[in-house]
Design a protein around this ligand. Sequence first.
Ligand code: SPV
Ligand code: MN
Length: 627
Amino acid sequence: MDEHIDVLKSRMEEDSFQRLMALQNPSLHRFLARYAELCNPDKIVVLDDSPEAYQWMREEAVRRGEERPIGLDGQTIHYDGYFDQARDKKQTKYLLPPDVDYGAQLNSTDREEGLREIHEILAGIMVGHTLYVRFYTLGPQGSIFSISCVQLTDSSYVAHSENILYRPGYEQFRSLGASQDYFRFVHSEGELKNAVSINIDKRRVYIDLQENIVYSTNTQYAGNTVGLKKLAMRLAIKRSASEDWLTEHMFVMGVHGPAGRTTYLTGAFPSACGKTSTSMLPGESIIGDDIAYLRLIDGRVRAVNVETGIFGIIRDVNEKDDPVIFKVLTFPGEAIFSNILVTEDNTPRWLGDDRPEPTHGHNHSGEWQPSKKDAAGNVITMSHKNARYTIPIARLSNRDPMADDPRGVPIGGLIYGGRDSDTTVPVEQAFDWDHGIITKAASLESETTAATLGQEGVRRFNLMSILDFLSYPMGEYIENNLRFGHAMDTPPLIFAVNYFLKGPEGQYLNGMLDKRVWVQWMERRIHGEFRARRSPTGLIPLYEDLKELFAIYLGHDYTLEEYNEQFKIRIPELLAKVERIEKVYAAEKNIPTALFDALRTQRERLEELQKKHGDYMLPESLPVEDA
Ligand code: SPV
Ligand code: MN
C-alpha cells in the first residue's frame, strides 16, 4: 500500500477511511495525507452527501460550541472574534512566481516565500481539533458550469455553513475518477478561546493559482474561511479567463414583466450595497445573490448561481423593506446567525430590526449594554454592522423554478451598482456593450462599508465590484469582458444603478424598494417597449414611464420634482469621475486603448453639454430616442 494510504488509515476510523477510498483519486488521497500529517488533527471525519451526514454536521457545530441554539427551532448563533468581523484584504494574497506581475491594485506575495510561511503556520495547527473533509460542487451538479471542490476544515461552523451554501459533491467526486480537476481548500481556525480564533496576527488567506489551492488560517469569518465562496471565486476567475467564460460577483434574478414574461438579470455590486436585497425583491424571483458563472451557449449568455444558500448582511432587515427574508428569519427553520445580539430570553436582535433597542444581551463583544465601548473608545453597536445570516435559498418564498437548471438561465441584462452619494443617476442604460463594460462596469466606484476591515464611507474604485477577488491583471480582465460581448450578435443590455444618491440635506433620494421600479424599467427596455432620453453618459428613463411603474409596483405617486432631483445630470461630478478613472488606469499596464477612447468621448459629450446648459441640467433638455 502507498505510504500516504497508510497515513490516512492510521488516522481515521474505518467508515471515514472507506468513504475516502471509494473515491479512487490518488491526488486527493495524497493531498489529504499531506495536510493530515502537517496539521495533525486528533481526528479526521470524511463526510458524504447523505442527509445523515448533513444532520451530523449541524449537531457537531453545537457540540463543539461554535454554534448555540437560539430563538426558534433550527436557528443557531455563531460568533467570530471581535477583530475577525470581515474579510481581511491586507492578509489575502496571491502567491506569485517572481516573474509574474499583477499590478498595484492586486495584493500578492512571492510564491515560494508565501508557501513556506503558510506551511509553517499550518504545522500542528489542528492538534486537539477534528478535521472535517467535505465535498461540494460549485454550480448545479452534472452541468458544464460545475466545478468539484474538496474542503478541509477544523471548523464545524465553516463545514455547517458550506452544507447550507453549496450543493453536495461527494457523488460528483466519484465520477471524477483520477482527475485532478478540482479546487482544494485548507482551513484552520487555529487556537480558540471561548470558541473564537485568537491568533489574529497569524490570520492569512493565501491563494495558490498554480495548484488551485487556497489556504486560510486563524480566522472564522466566512468571507475568509468558507472555501467555496470568495476563495473559490478567485480560483474560478482565473480559470474562466482561460476558457472564455466569466466568473462574476453577481446575483441572478428573474424579473416578472407583463403577460407572465420572466426576464433574467445579473447584477454586480460591492459588498453591502443592495445586491442581496435586489436579488430577493418581493414580486420577483431569486436564483442567487452573490456569485454567478456566465457562459455563451448557442449565441446567448446563460448564467448559474454557484451557490444554494445566502450569507447575507443582517442590518436594516425589517418587515417593510425586506419582507421576503424577514419572514424566513422570524420563522422556524435552519438559519445560522453570526455576530448579532441575543437577548436573555434567547431572541435574535439586529441593527434596524424596527424593534425597541434592548437594554442588554450577548454579542460578538461578550455581555453588552448600550453604553459599551471597546478598548479604543469606539461605541459597540448591539449587533455588528457586518452581522450575517446563513440560510438555504430554498427557504425563500420567491425562489425561481429554474434555480437548479444545469443549463443556467438566459440573461437579458447585466447591472452594475455602487454606493455613490452625489454623481450618477439611479438607473441608466449603457449605449452598447463596450460603452457599458468601460464606463459602467470598469468605471465602478463605491463608498466603503463594514464588509471589509478598514475605514467606512471612502470612495474607492472597484471595477465590476470584483476588485477584491480579481486573480489576474485588470487589463486582461477588461479585455475578456469586452470580447465576451463581441462573440454575440445581440449581447445583453448593460445597466448601472445607484441606490444611494443623497439630497442637499444628506437624505437618501430613493426608498428601499424603488429598485423594483428600476428592474422593471430594465425589463421593458430589454423587450424594446420603453423609449429613453439620451444623456451624455447613457440612456435614462422618461418621467411618464417611471410614473406608471411607481404606481403599478409601489402604489406611489411619483412626482416630476422627485424625478428631476434624482435624474438631473450632475456634470461637474461626472467629469471628476472620468478623471479619477483615467488616473487609475493610467497607472496600470496593458489597459485596452478602447477604454481610454471611451472615457475621452464620454468627457467630450459632458463638456459639450456643460457649455450649452451649465453644470446641472434637467432630463427634459435631453433628446428622446425610440425604443
Ligand atoms: C461580500 O462581502 O461580498 C460577501 C460576503 O458576499 S463575504 O463572504 O465576506 O465575501
Ligand atoms: Mn459578495
